[in-house]
Design a protein around this ligand. Structure first.
Ligand code: S3P
Length: 429
């Protein structure tokens, strides 16, 4: 599958985007091991979360789906999961694989977690290390999937400092910690998204958080609850940038999650001169949301604060496009983690932007992007949803047609992406 995007005039619009991917995964996993029923509205019906849904069903959780984005999860309790008949295929999803490794570490059965070619090359030692310290045994292929997780119902709590800032690793340890004797403590080198912590508290778990440390006692009962999933700020970022780059547009994106551990992209774009405002701020349960108003603005380059990296970790592909459309140069650093996402995102974006006429100087942990006009051309997504969508936004202001190859992965996180762009007046096929 490929996208063909014409230079387009983005117009005023009011729209929303699909549900948050991180919250949707967690609603399934925590809802599945809670006591009682969890009712989820606004679930992201993208391939990544559907892989988690299938995995939880395969382990005995009854999940009804009265509507595509609505779930009724009948929790089986902490000790109610059963061994799946076959291996669990988690597709493209690093979140599903790493969180599931944590959840499965405390079970009284073994299971095999596998994924597609991209997921099969992603580093898993970062979860294997702490989970083995807790008492699980995990086989891998040189630290990569497939993983065979030999669960141990007698895990022990650990006090662990994450070597890399990662919400996935933090969450894997906390999920295993539910099954561990004593206290499990995770210390983060930088703040990462805290949806797991918020949902655990909503479901009744006691959790202490201070000075980048999260501590939790094991063997706590979770209680099913109602979860309204905010629209995904990471998906909204593509719409936000399309509106910023437009000649004259005023776009409102409604009900978007604005958890402060996720809003680095807004801070970075605002520092570059973007007009972005949060309106109607309120809560969806434990998660803050807002309607985001974006007006076209001219962007200027600068030095992106590396302290914001963990708060904008998924938005650097789209921020590279913002930098390429800005006046002057933009310097990104502290991005080593981008090299082990769904693709090597620094290399993939540098290649894509260069093909559109932009000068990019790549370094090991970042890049300098020189603003300039985009020309048309053919670019590769490297099978990465966020690279594909970022290049589609660049295409809206190119001088000629842009073809983006290999875009099927967009359905992992943003089903309906082309419809959303059409709502903005973008010509995309
Ligand atoms: C996620 C955490 C991030 C992010 C991913 C989703 C999560 O990964 O890139 O898309 O839901 O916990 P890391 O925590 O590995 O940086």
């Amino acid at each position: 599958m490929r996208f063909e995007v014409q230079p387009s005039k983005v117009t005023d619009a009011r729209l929303t985007v699909p549900g948050d991917k991180s919250v949707s995964h967690r609603a399934l996993m925590l809802g599945g091991i809670a006591e009682g029923r969890t009712h989820v509205r606004g679930f992201l019906a993208g391939e990544d979360c559907l892989a988690t849904l299938a995995a939880m069903s395969d382990m005995g959780v009854t999940i009804l789906r009265p509507a595509p984005t609505e779930l009724v999860v009948d929790g089986v309790g902490l000790h109610g999961l059963i061994a799946p008949d076959t291996g669990l295929d988690l597709g493209n999803s690093g979140t599903a694989m790493r969180l599931m490794a944590g959840l499965l570490s405390g079970q009284n059965f073994s299971s095999v977690l596998s994924g597609d070619a991209s997921l099969s090359s992603r580093p898993m030692q970062r979860v294997i290390g702490p989970l083995e310290l807790m008492g699980a045994t995990i086989e891998s292929h040189d630290g990569c999937p497939p993983l065979t997780v030999h669960g141990n119902p007698e895990l022990r709590g650990i006090d662990y400092t994450l070597p890399v800032a990662s919400a996935q690793v933090k969450s894997a340890i906390l999920l295993a910690g539910l099954y561990a004797d004593g206290i499990t403590t995770v210390k983060e080198p930088a703040v990462t998204r805290d949806h797991t912590e918020r949902m655990l508290v909503t479901m009744g778990a006691g959790l202490e958080r201070a000075n980048h440390r999260i501590s939790m006692r094991g063997h706590q009962t979770l209680h099913g609850c109602d979860i309204e999933v905010p629209a995904d700020l990471s998906s909204a970022s593509f719409i936000i940038l399309a509106a910023v780059l437009a000649e004259r547009a005023d776009v409102l994106i409604t009900d978007v999650g604005v958890n402060p551990t996720r809003t680095g992209v807004i801070d970075i774009l605002q520092a570059m001169g973007a007009s972005i405002e949060f309106e109607n701020q309120r809560q969806f349960g434990a998660e803050p949301i807002a309607d985001i108003r974006v007006r076209s603005s001219s962007l200027r380059g600068g030095v992106v604060d590396p302290a914001l990296v963990s708060l904008a970790i998924d938005e650097f592909p789209v921020l590279f496009v913002a930098a390429a459309a800005a006046q002057g140069k933009t310097v990104f650093s502290g991005l080593a983690e981008l090299r082990v996402k769904e693709s090597d995102r620094i290399a993939a974006m540098a290649e894509g932007l260069r093909a559109l006429g932009i000068q990019v100087v790549e370094v090991a942990d970042g890049a300098t992007v020189y603003g300039g006009p985009f020309k048309g051309g053919v670019v590769e997504s490297h099978g990465d949803h966020r690279v594909a969508m970022s290049l589609a936004i660049a295409a809206t202001i190119a001088t000629d047609t842009v073809v983006i190859n290999d875009v099927a992965a967009v359905n992992t996180s943003f089903p309906g992406f082309t419809n959303s762009l059409e709502q903005l007046g973008v010509s995309i096929r």
